[in-house]
Write a protein that binds this ligand. Structure first.
Ligand SMILES: [Zn+2]
Ligand SMILES: [Zn+2]
Length: 348
């Protein structure tokens, strides 16, 4: 039996924090569950999962469908698409068997690349290498989540770019059904000895997945801003996520004043920093533009938005002296002065 290798290359950047991340996790579980009900898929489909944020890495090396266990997906800062493509090409070299006079190789691999953002690393070299050496012997489908993904970059990579409208959970469960149905159809056709028909995108529209065409409008800028802070009591990191507030009549529905409303505060593990790129060009946003300050998700302190002079955020439970969990300096917090300050912003 020839193997049908499927790679999932998943964006786990910080803009995915919260519900989208949980939905992505569930979508992976549901794809595997649905595929396992298909005898053809069970025999041929092999799956590998590559995750990328500021760094890219293989979280599940190629394994058969029965042995596959959906991984706990990491989360990090940055969107290193170039690095993710390099990792993908390396894994294809290592994991996909070539046909030689002595062995029947694997079927052409299928790659689902999911991203909700814009690359924060350099992608030109990786895209060029992909087009030259891999595009003709692999089928890559790029899937965008939400309206901020850079479809121009993805279009350079593959003709098959589809968008899941707003990246809600509903969209991801439809995505899961679509992927399992098309992979099952592919493994059936291959089993019946037909030449590889390729994954068809024609049915995508039926489940609300739209094809992105050349010349589609550029993505809306900066829909999400995130900040990382640390709990002053437990020293553990957390992520604050704000979404652009839509103003009716504004350009693209998004206000030009750049007001961001709080979505939530999420506890992070130290693993977050391993998946984040060493921050380079960080944009800055003023606290005036932010609406809503949540309590610390670790200790419940009133504010998770206290700024140390080292430039990092920590939680704070009111006026008094506190030790910064980042730089160990003692900082005195007064009553809220109400003056605004600029804080470094994550890269999404
Ligand atoms: Zn705290
Ligand atoms: Zn500090």
């Amino acid at each position: 039996m020839r193997r049908l290798p499927i790679f999932f290359v998943l964006d786990v950047s910080e803009s995915m924090a919260g519900e989208p991340h949980a939905q992505l996790q569930r979508a992976m579980e549901s794809i595997v569950e649905q595929l396992r009900q298909d005898p053809n898929a069970l025999e041929s489909v092999h799956i590998s999962v590559i995750a990328f944020a500021g760094k890219a890495g293989t979280v599940v090396p190629m394994v058969d469908l029965m042995s596959f266990y959906p991984p706990r997906l990491p989360l990090g800062g940055g969107t290193a698409l170039g690095e993710a493509l390099d990792e993908l090409m390396t894994r294809i070299e290592v994991d996909v068997k070539k046909t030689t006079p002595n062995q029947r190789g694997d079927w052409e691999p299928v790659i689902y690349l999911l991203t909700d953002g814009r690359p924060t690393d350099r992608t030109e070299a990786a895209i060029k290498r992909w087009r030259q050496h891999y595009a003709s012997r692999a089928h890559l489908i790029a899937v965008t989540l939400g309206g901020a993904a850079d479809t121009q970059v993805l279009k350079q990579l593959t003709d098959d770019v589809v968008s899941l409208d707003n990246g809600t959970g509903e969209d991801l469960s439809r995505f899961a059904r679509w992927v399992s149905a098309s992979v099952a159809a592919q493994s059936q056709a291959l089993d019946a000895g037909k030449t590889a028909p390729g994954i068809s995108l024609s049915k995508a529209g039926d489940v609300g997945i739209s094809l992105v065409k050349k010349g589609d409008p550029a993505p809306v800028d900066d829909q999400v801003v995130v900040f990382t802070g640390r709990c002053h009591r437990h020293k553990k990191p957390y992520l604050l996520k704000y979404n652009a507030v839509a103003v009716p009549g504004g350009l693209g529905g998004i206000t030009s004043r750049g007001i961001y409303g709080l979505e939530g505060a999420y506890p992070l593990s130290e693993e977050y920093f391993e998946w984040s790129s060493v921050s380079s060009t960080k944009a800055s946003v003023s606290s005036d533009q932010l609406e809503g300050v949540p309590p610390c998700p670790h200790c419940g302190a009133l504010s998770s938005f206290a700024l140390c002079r080292c430039g990092k955020l920590m939680c704070c439970n009111g006026p008094g002296v506190q030790t910064c969990p980042w730089c160990d300096a003692d900082i005195e917090f007064g009553k809220g002065s109400g003056s605004s300050f600029d804080v470094g912003r994550g890269q999404g």
